[in-house]
Design a protein around this ligand. Structure first.
Ligand code: UDX
Ligand code: ADP
Length: 464
């Protein structure tokens, strides 16, 4: 059986970085090299301070500190790492296409293709190529076709091994995953490749949690898992709108239905809307695939999950606007949180971006505080929408250094991310800092609304 001694991972992002750091930590007998075309990112991974790693994840620093330089390496020499490895993980980004066929829906596979071409060009010995990035079903076939252009006698096996980690809990999720999914060709060579990857995970994951399937089931399972999770959030968010009309409390409903063991309590937290790099992208992808096969009813069904999420973000912003007498011009709005969830510096598809965009249309003056997101990232996210000029974004939105600076002189405060420090802040100080009457819009339902009302503050949560 193929014994893996050298692993290469192409892509040092939110998936590749933490996943490889944990594999290296748990498998000191395997040399793991993570490569990326982005030299700045690689330099940050190699930073001697460790404080400046390109990704913030609780516990990641400690893992990198233990393995880096021992059997974990970060490099820009993609070709050398491909040549030396018996197993190559592809962890490059697969954003939604912004051009051509499938624009706004299909996954953009240009980075995956480039990666496969480079492997085909450089490989001089047999390789197991592992899809880590989330990909549309049947991508393995496309990768195989590209790899077949290799000029040597090297043979390739393509496996699908989707990553289920969630940001903010990446290390925990990698240490004890609910399951590890490995899809491969149903041939003796495919079985051998799956076994080689199983061996690696078996260093710390119980074997009964390592699931082997055919490659297409594995690819599609990842899209379906994310679609189901996002669907739960849109379902509870749809009910939150109804609660606001009926005086029912969405958190009480979530608790009541979640205690039914058939429903379960997780992923029922009503919010301003889900964000992150996966949910929207994967559902759009699922919708696109369904339409491609002429399954319009299936596509329409899943598309509603995204429509509802957009509605929720719009509804939250609209509520702020209408409660402030339909005019935000010249008013300061404090936004607490910009990351798409707590414990990460990732802002991809964060609800905060879209809420800010709506408020800026009303000429609000926005002061953002987020403990992990930089001002340049906030401006970049707004520029990307192209709703207004970069100059206007910089004029109307600034980052401040703490909660109190954000609150000072604000007409309203909107909570967009559930950072712990927002929960533990002494909100009794709010009245002295903010304009009166003070308005609080709690997009995450994390504050004590009764206590705030007792202070004379107008409080609006989600679905309560
Ligand atoms: C998700 C999947 O959970 C993970 O398995 C997959 O590998 C990648 O996509 P991630 O996007 O990192 O992970 O975070 P997740 O915890 O799933 O949260 C996604 C979004 O949903 C966040 O904006 C979060 O705030 C929101 N959310 C989550 C809710 O609004 N309510 C909930 O009950 C749970
Ligand atoms: P994810 O959340 O999926 O990990 P990221 O965008 O954080 O996505 O990371 C993907 C990384 O892959 C980026 O750092 C990007 O520079 C890198 N990348 C993309 N294409 C290639 C390639 N052909 N070779 C090497 N690295 C690549």
């Amino acid at each position: 059986m193929t014994k893996i001694k050298n692993i290469c991972c192409i892509g040092a992002g939110y998936v590749g970085g933490p996943t490889m750091a944990v594999i290296a930590q748990k498998c000191p007998h395997i040399k793991v090299t993570v490569v990326d075309v982005n030299a700045e990112r690689i330099a940050a991974w190699n930073d001697s301070e460790l404080a400046n790693l390109p990704i913030y994840e609780p516990g990641l620093r400690e893992v990198v500190a233990e393995a880096r330089g021992r059997n974990l390496f970060f490099s820009t020499d993609v070709s050398a790492a491909i040549r030396d490895a018996e197993m190559i993980f592809m962890s490059v980004n697969t954003p939604t296409k912004t051009y051509g066929n499938g624009k706004g829906k299909a996954a953009d596979l240009k980075y995956i293709e480039l990666c496969a071409r480079q492997i085909a060009k450089e490989a001089t010995s047999d390789k197991i190529v592992v899809e880590k990035s989330t990909l549309p079903v049947r991508t393995a076939q496309a990768i195989k076709t590209i790899l077949s252009n290799n000029q040597t006698s090297a043979k390739f096996q393509v496996l699908s091994n989707p990553e289920f980690l969630a940001e903010g809990t990446a290390i925990e999720d990698l240490y004890s995953p609910d399951r590890v999914l490995i899809g491969g060709e149903q041939t003796p060579e495919g079985a051998e490749a799956m076994e080689a990857l199983t061996e690696i995970y078996a260093n710390w994951v119980p074997r009964e949690r390592i699931l082997q399937t055919n490659v297409w089931s594995s690819e599609l399972s990842k899209l379906v898992a994310n679609a189901f999770l996002a669907q739960r959030i849109s379902s509870i968010n749809s009910i939150s709108a109804l609660c606001e009309k009926t005086e029912a409390n969405v958190d009480e409903i979530a608790k009541a239905i979640g205690m039914d063991s058939r429903i379960g309590p997780k992923f029922l937290k009503a919010s301003v809307g889900f964000g992150g790099s996966c949910f929207q992208k994967d559902i759009l992808n699922l919708v696109y695939i369904a339409r491609t096969y002429g399954l319009d009813e299936v596509a329409d069904y899943w598309e509603q999950v995204i429509d509802l999420n957009d509605y929720q973000k719009r509804r939250f912003a609209q509520n702020i606007i209408s409660k402030l007498n339909n005019t935000l011009s010249g008013k300061k709005i404090a936004m607490l949180g910009w990351a798409f969830k707590k414990d990460t510096n990732d802002t991809r598809e964060s609800a905060a971006i879209y809420v800010a965009d709506h408020l800026l249309n009303e000429q609000a003056e926005i002061h953002v505080y987020d403990p992990k997101v930089s001002e340049s990232q906030i401006h970049k996210d707004l520029d990307y929408l192209q709703t207004r000029s970069p100059e206007e974004n910089r004029e109307m939105v600034q980052k401040v250094v703490d909660i109190e600076q954000a609150l000072a002189g604000a007409h309203a405060v909107a909570i967009l991310t559930e950072w712990d420090e927002f929960k533990t802040y002494d909100w009794a100080k709010l009245s002295a800092l903010m304009m009166k009457p003070a308005f609080v819009f709690d997009g995450r339902n994390i504050l004590d609304h009764e206590a705030l009302r007792a202070l004379g503050v107008n409080v609006y949560g989600i679905g309560r």
